[in-house]
Design a protein around this ligand. Structure first.
Ligand SMILES: Cc1ncc(COP(=O)(O)O)c(C=O)c1O
Length: 410
């Protein structure tokens, strides 16, 4: 058993205790863009990064952002964490901090479409190139590494194909070549202790499960104090200079929502697991890491914290884009959830990744990686009676000829 399996993130989060300015049970929200100094010398020292407990300007840091950062560091068992105005703000800052012009990245080929576009198209401006590989094949990852490679990049559980990265093996490989392993853990907070498993930098889009309310975009970078400070450096820090800073008011609300993360993740997983098993039994092509038919099932079991389950995301291939669209529209009309991108909401969210969140990936590459037209991604909600939801979803599928058998009420 290694640190990843022993680390109790929810205990660490539970034990974080703050007293607000007036003794409030939530810390006070920092409602200031800038901070006063009693002496000019302290201001100078703060610019040099030398003063503990002094704030400079809220693009650099603010008390509310530091509180949220502390909770994210506790979640991922890293020394510290920085928060950003979006997941992409976090991702782009990390990549631009670690790579210079002419450098090379080895990345999983199944990643969030925005990250793919950033790596494939945007970074061309800086002549930074990326080799996209099947991350589940460690030898393939190793073969792609060159003298210019500055990082291995992947998602713990990938969007949208739910491929499970072997974080321990990738970490060993990264160490062998002296490069960092960067893991986006957005799909599997609490479930995968990515840093404990060997990731050097862990990224989250807080927009999703961590905030869980569907009311903001935000991101985080969890890592060593040295790396997180480098991102804030007033001369060289991508976080500081690109300006993707989270607003303090929003940081405070995300911190409050994080208090229920453990309960929500368990319920998302329980519901997703139930539906995945039922629809697989009904003969549908279901992808879910909790199914023994999933190629990464055993790998997931070896890495996960079992009490949180296999996560809240399920994909089902309904055969064609036409059927996928018709099913989503029908399910929305029946109040089963929303035809919307994103994840981690209390209601189920569904989208067809090929024409939405992964549309940045060219169709031939989508086909090569197994992202079919009829693939639907479901972020399963917190429904109290998931059996009722199953019956209703099944009725929608039967109505559209996706499931042949008629539904009999149980
Ligand atoms: C795995 C993953 N990482 C990062 C992002 C980007 O996050 P944000 O939308 O908060 O910028 C997303 C968004 O869908 C995602 O699914």
């Amino acid at each position: 058993m290694d640190i990843a399996m022993n680390y109790k993130a929810s205990d660490q989060l539970q034990d974080l205790q703050y007293f607000g300015e007036f003794g409030g049970i939530n810390p006070s929200i920092s409602d200031a863009s800038t901070y006063t100094f009693l002496s000019a010398k302290t201001m100078f020292d703060t610019f040099e990064g030398n003063t503990e407990g002094c704030y400079l300007y809220s693009r650099h840091s603010s008390p509310s952002n530091l509180y949220l950062g502390e909770a994210l560091a506790a979640l991922e068992s890293t020394e510290t964490a920085n928060v950003y105005a979006s997941g992409m703000g976090a991702i782009s800052s990390v990549i631009l901090q670690l790579c210079n012009a002419q450098d090379h990245i080895v990345s999983s080929r199944t990643i969030y479409g925005g990250t793919y576009a950033f790596l494939k198209y945007f970074l061309k401006k800086f002549s930074i190139s990326t080799s996209f590989v099947d991350i589940t094949q460690t030898e393939e990852v190793e073969k792609a590494i060159t003298a210019e490679t500055k990082m291995i990049y992947c998602e713990g559980v990938s969007n949208p194909l739910l491929e499970v990265a072997d974080i321990r093996a990738l970490s060993k490989l990264a160490k062998k070549y002296g490069i960092p392993l960067v893991v986006d853990n957005t799909f599997s907070p609490l479930t995968l202790a990515a840093a404990g498993l060997g990731a050097d930098v862990v990224i989250h889009s807080l927009t999703k499960f961590i905030n869980g309310s569907g009311d903001c975009v935000a991101g985080a970078v969890c890592g060593t104090a040295q790396f997180c400070l480098s991102l804030k450096d007033v001369n060289h820090g991508a976080g500081m200079l690109l300006g993707s800073t989270l607003d303090s008011l929003r940081a405070a609300s995300i911190l409050k929502n994080m208090r229920t993360l453990h309960i929500r993740i368990k319920k998302h997983s329980e519901n997703a697991g139930y539906l995945a098993h039922q629809f697989e039994k009904d003969g549908l092509p279901v992808v879910y890491p909790g199914l023994t038919s999933h190629p990464g099932h055993e790998r997931m079991k070896k890495q996960m914290t079992p009490s949180y389950g296999f996560g809240g995301i399920v994909t089902i291939d309904v055969g064609s884009l036409g059927k996928a669209n018709a099913l989503m529209e029908l399910m929305q009309r029946k109040n089963l959830g929303y035809l919307a991108v994103s994840l981690g909401f209390y209601k189920t969210l569904f989208s067809a990744p090929g024409t939405s969140t992964s549309s940045e990936i060219p169709p031939e590459e989508q086909r090569a990686m197994g992202l079919s037209e009829g693939l639907l991604r479901f972020s399963i909600g917190l429904d109290n009676d998931i059996h009722r939801t199953y019956q209703m979803m099944k009725a929608c599928m039967a109505e559209l000829g996706i499931l042949e058998q008629r539904v009999t009420a149980v």
